[in-house]
Design a binder for this molecule. Structure first.
Ligand code: NAD
Length: 516
């Protein structure tokens, strides 16, 4: 064989372990157990579409702080007095964005492109450059309805991760019985390093490119890590800009502000859903959440709302770990005070770090805080086998997507720790997103009480079906019917949740057939 031929030949595929293959292990296990139809399995094994595209934006001028060493050369530089200090936008990394004409009309002393601010520090003026960002949208499956899934702005994202998260959405929407499929996407960016107007420009450009791929009946984004209702508002504006009947397009994104068609109860829905599952878990044991202790990882949208709701139910928050630090109080953390602390605009990193109502501890010690419940509500892959050996909790309720590795699952099972898996525990967000979408379609607005009541029913009913599948106790009650889903043997709850998802999705292929 000539060298040329060897070169041309594609290397034999070597099975590589990735976030996606890890996430799909449970799919394969459940598919084997129920004998999932081979073609349905092929349909679900890989996403329908994987979009990668690039967006560019012109950044603004920045002031970048010098180190003490570098600043020494400017010891005699007088401070610049800004006419409009509002024009300086502080970033979490210590830099400032120069918005508008922050320096115009000010008493500016610049030497070699450096100036001193009123905080006494020397900053280098860095002119705004144009930058390119990598963006993604993975559309996993739409057998049950339009693609649906969040938009993540984070520096550690990849196609592989979005594939895993998109597939999770397909399982989740089936589990909570909302007529959607699964998708996920976002931008590879650390949003804390960019100013408000920069994020706006990047978001608008993102939707400019995304627009041809989505729509209110095609694919419906929502908030995820690093995005919020403001970003959803911008996405809607860009999607509907100049369109005839733009008001009918409101359902193209969910998680909007309630004043522009968002649903009451959406902001806290994911946390509330986690809390409903935990409440039902204890109710079934003849116990209650009252008096139970819990620890939370991540204190963003999901972590802070689940803490607030469990606290209102009478549980005690002992410790929180987030990206910047860890706090602990054996007497229980004052949750409303911690939320105010984290959401204070002066807390640029939105972190629990430095909260005065608790002591600082190391992350490694946080895992070992004894508590009834552990709620991971940050990023994926945090609960490794090694962590699972160390935790001192009786129940893990997964607020985050994919927080537990397959190896950790085995440890959790061996140690007899109960688990409420992510695909049911954190499905409250997409459930209320569905309510938002219906309200938009019908031009209605429901009360928060109504939304929460429906959410409670949806979460508890399906969590009960999953519990029955796990225990192989098929039954019908007023609230739920698990007879169609039990498989004549017991399984763990993660597998039970996947069985529920797969049986519901498979029914669409079986009863509707394949279009080709
Ligand atoms: P968020 O951006 O509001 O908050 C993320 C939190 O995680 C922050 O407190 C951050 O400090 C913390 N964090 C980040 N990296 C960390 C690390 N290495 N160690 C410890 N903490 C870290 O995000 P969110 O919307 O609350 O989402 C949290 C999780 O919940 C994600 O896994 C997301 O996919 C999942 N989820 C969110 C929703 C939703 O409606 N927002 C719905 C379902 C699932």
């Amino acid at each position: 064989m000539s060298e040329q031929e060897v070169f041309m030949r594609a290397p034999a595929p070597t099975p590589k372990r990735t976030v996606y293959t890890d996430a799909m292990q449970i799919f394969h296990r459940a598919a084997d157990l129920i004998g999932l139809a081979p073609r349905v399995r092929l349909e679900l094994e890989e996403p329908d579409y994987e979009h990668i595209f690039y967006i560019t934006a012109k950044l603004k001028d920045r002031l970048v702080p010098l180190s003490a060493d570098q600043a020494r050369a400017f010891g005699d530089l007088p401070a610049t007095k800004l006419r409009n200090p509002e024009g300086l936008e502080p970033l979490a990394d210590g830099k400032f964005i120069l918005n508008g004409r922050a320096l115009l009309g000010s008493d500016v002393s610049i030497r070699g492109g450096h100036l001193r601010l009123s905080d006494g520090n020397i900053y280098k003026l860095v002119p705004g450059e144009s930058r390119r960002f990598k963006a993604y949208r993975v559309q996993h499956n739409q057998a049950r309805g339009p693609y649906k899934g969040g938009i993540r702005y984070h520096h550690e994202v990849s196609l592989d991760l979005f594939k895993a998260l998109a597939a999770e959405m397909t399982w989740k929407t089936a589990i909570v019985e909302v007529p959607f499929g699964g998708a996920k996407g976002g931008i590879q960016i650390d949003p804390r390093q960019y100013g408000r107007e920069e994020i706006e420009a990047i978001t608008l450009r993102f939707m400019y490119k995304l627009k041809r791929l989505i729509g209110p009946d095609v694919d419906i984004p929502a908030p995820d890590v690093g995005t919020n209702s403001e970003i959803m508002g911008l996405l809607f504006r860009q999607y509907s800009d100049g369109e005839n009947e733009r008001h009918t397009l409101r359902g193209v994104v969910t998680g909007k502000d309630v004043r522009i068609g968002g649903s009451e109860g959406r902001a806290k829905a994911t946390g509330r859903g986690v809390a409903f599952c935990i409440e039902d878990y204890y109710a079934e044991k003849g116990s209650s959440v009252r008096g139970k202790s819990f620890i939370v990882q991540g204190f963003g949208n999901v972590g802070s709302s689940v803490a607030e709701i469990l606290n209102a139910m009478g549980a005690r928050l002992l410790a929180v770990n987030d990206a910047e630090g860890t706090v602990y109080n054996s007497d229980g953390i004052d949750v409303p005070a911690l939320i105010s602390y984290v959401q204070d605009p002066k807390n640029l990193k939105r972190s629990v770090f430095g909260f005065p109502g608790a002591q600082r501890i190391e992350k490694k010690d946080w895992w070992e805080v004894p508590a009834d419940i552990l709620i991971p509500a940050a990023l994926g892959g945090e609960i490794t086998a090694e962590v699972a050996e160390r935790v001192k909790v009786k129940l893990i309720a997964e607020g985050a997507n994919g927080p537990t590795t397959p190896e950790a699952d085995k440890v959790i099972a061996r140690r007899g720790i109960d688990l409420i898996p992510d695909i049911i525990a954190n499905a409250g967000g997409v459930t209320v997103s569905y309510y938002e979408w219906i309200q938009n379609k019908r031009m209605e607005s429901w009360s928060e009480a109504e939304v929460n009541r429906k959410l409670e029913f949806g979460m508890k009913r399906n969590w009960r079906i999953i519990r029955d599948i796990a225990r192989n106790s098929a039954r019908q009650t007023e609230m739920h019917d698990s007879r169609r889903f039990c498989i004549s043997r017991e399984v763990d709850t993660r597998c039970a949740a996947m069985i529920l998802a797969l049986k519901r999705i498979e029914a669409h292929y079986q009863l509707e057939g394949f279009s080709q």
